[in-house]
Design a protein around this ligand. Sequence first.
Ligand code: GUN
Length: 305
Amino acid sequence: MPHLQDSWAVTNGILHGKLVAERVKAPIRQQTALLAEQGITLTLAVVRVGADPASEVYVRGKVRACAEVGILSRHHHLDATVTEAEIVALVEELNNDDSVDGILVQLPLPRGISESRIIAAVDPRKDVDGFHPLNLGQLFSGRSLLEPCTPAGCMLLLEAAGVPLSGKRAVVVGRSVIVGRPVAQMLVRADATVTMCHRFTEDLGACIAQADVVVVAAGVPGLIRGSWVKPGAAIIDVGINRLPTGKLTGDVEFEEAHARAGVITPVPGGVGPMTVAMLLWNTLVAAMLRRRLGMPRPAAQAWSV
Ligand code: GUN
């Protein structure tokens, strides 16, 4: 049995993102309560454009999570026919609103709207997604104060499971700006030897078979065959795909991969809750830095149990 030893975050080789996310959220809740005693209420503004059904579900989850930790959220839902200039105008209004600590523009935006123009319009100090070119640039040259939520969540999952990274072979599947590219940078920063695979990669199976750590964010159900997995490897499945049956599934053949992996994240209940937890963390960081209150206590302080 190649499974990692059981711990608070791992049972029978399954890495419970939901449990890890709770440990991230607990200190955030405490710190927002302390700030509330000083009369400071944190506010996250969420901008959603159009009627993408997945975005609707994600935004609902983010708004609910804010309420759980004492962060106010404001949901701005714009019609799909809105112009790029109108979205920029809303973002600028939120930039200038002193009561707003964080701004999140849910992606994807409708066809014809330049996502990069909208993201660049967000005040980098309020960029809780960590997608602004300034924050991404800082990530690529070392460390940014506001790092993209899903990649940061993947790294915390690996840390919570005690997966060694230094000198190990890591394979990232998918090269998006939201997940693949930033998580590859974070793995490099953790001294892993990183290979990036994407739709043009020849013999993906051969790459996966060498990997001690796999992070897959391709959006293709079952792309990663269980038989490819190196025995004992750590598998982080970022994919969230809805099958025609209505069932949610990741990018990995779960049962077959679980039989070989040291540890694997489930879908749902793996990376998804971590993305939301890191968004709350970034909102706390953005709020405290903008108000010159210093950095909050790290989310991962409660780890080493
Ligand atoms: N769409 C898919 N993932 C994300 C995310 O992390 N942030 C935003 N804003 N949109 C997304």
